[in-house]
Design a protein around this ligand. Structure first.
Ligand code: C5P
Length: 302
């Protein structure tokens, strides 16, 4: 009987994030286009002899108690399937925190998928997504991965054709970690919903059409259509991110944008060589940079 599993859990970026409404439950209605990228944590799950859930992480800044989303995912499955025993979850952290890359959500998705496989629970993808949605708005996407249109609070997914050949430069200021609730609250309290440039121009449909076309013009069109409403709430508070974005835009890229609630700023590059040059140009002691490709999946064997 298998007693352990090792999975990769991919980060995501938002190619598109439009806030379309304030919801009574405090959340926001969204239209997003999400993309998995090849920047992955490794999640090892090992069965142990007790009922305990133990979480450990290579990054000492990650809390390993009950507040960790990976812990919450394991506890949720234990409450639905009381026969599941305890486990040790080891997270090898590569995805930066407070980055808008869904690192914690990816870990939770890997735990759901890993426990399903380790204990042979036979859960369908839609059952896994239902459980994922109870844990966080972007965790269903982290279960499915690839390229997808997300609506509702982000949990209603429609797969799009895979954008497999996108080359991206991912930049994260070491000292800037942004809280997602803060970004949405700032957007709401500043009344930023009233102006929707994106809706007027039908930008989400244009990006879906560019992705559906799936030819050599797609990266250029996607680069031009990058959109994120949360930039209007976050960037005014972080001039360093504005200058990082400007530096990227000055580097012959196809487009640059903040991912999710930040603080990651990413650029789309025409090819790998260009991406390396952009990375070298913007990297400093304060800015971590990764050159990555888009991925057609999110949770896979390590
Ligand atoms: O769903 P999740 O717990 O990941 O969301 C984190 C926070 O992000 C929420 O507490 C809320 O402040 C904000 N959020 C939102 N609207 C969404 C998704 C998230 O306001 N659709």
């Amino acid at each position: 009987m298998t007693s352990r599993i090792s999975l990769k859990a991919a980060a995501k970026i938002n190619l598109y994030l439009e806030i379309t409404g304030n919801r009574a439950d405090g959340y926001h209605d969204l239209v997003m286009i999400l993309q998995s990228i090849d920047l992955c944590d490794r999640v090892d799950i090992r069965k142990i002899g007790t009922d305990e859930i133990q979480v450990a992480c290579t990054n000492p800044e990650v809390p390993c108690d009950r507040t960790n989303l990976a812990y919450k995912a394991a506890a949720l499955l234990q409450s639905s399937f009381p026969d599941i025993g305890g486990m040790e979850i080891l997270i090898d952290k590569q995805i930066p925190m407070g980055a808008g890359l869904a690192g914690g959500s990816a870990n939770a998705a890997a735990v759901l998928v890993g426990i399903d496989r380790l204990w042979d629970l036979g859960l369908t993808q839609s059952q896994l997504c239902e459980l994922a949605a109870q844990l966080g708005s972007d965790i269903p996407f982290c279960v499915i991965g690839g390229t997808a249109l997300a609506t509702g609070r982000g949990e209603i997914l429609s797969p799009l054709p895979d954008l497999t050949d996108l080359v991206l430069v991912i930049c994260k200021h070491r000292q800037i970690a942004i809280s997602t609730p803060w970004a949405y609250q700032t957007f709401r309290s500043q009344g930023l919903l009233v102006t929707s440039q994106a809706r007027n121009q039908n930008l989400s449909s244009q990006m879906v059409a560019a992705i559906a076309l799936n030819d050599e013009s797609t990266p250029v069109k996607v680069g031009r259509l990058l959109y994120n409403d949360l930039e209007r709430a976050v960037l005014p508070a972080y001039p360093q991110l504005v200058s990082l974005k400007n530096d990227l835009l000055n580097q012959e890229c196809l487009g640059a944008m903040m991912s999710g609630s930040g603080s990651t700023i990413f650029a789309i590059a025409a090819d790998f060589d260009r991406a390396q040059k952009i990375a070298e140009a913007v990297k400093t002691d304060d800015i971590d940079v990764w050159v990555v490709k888009s991925l057609a999946r999110s949770i896979f064997d390590a």
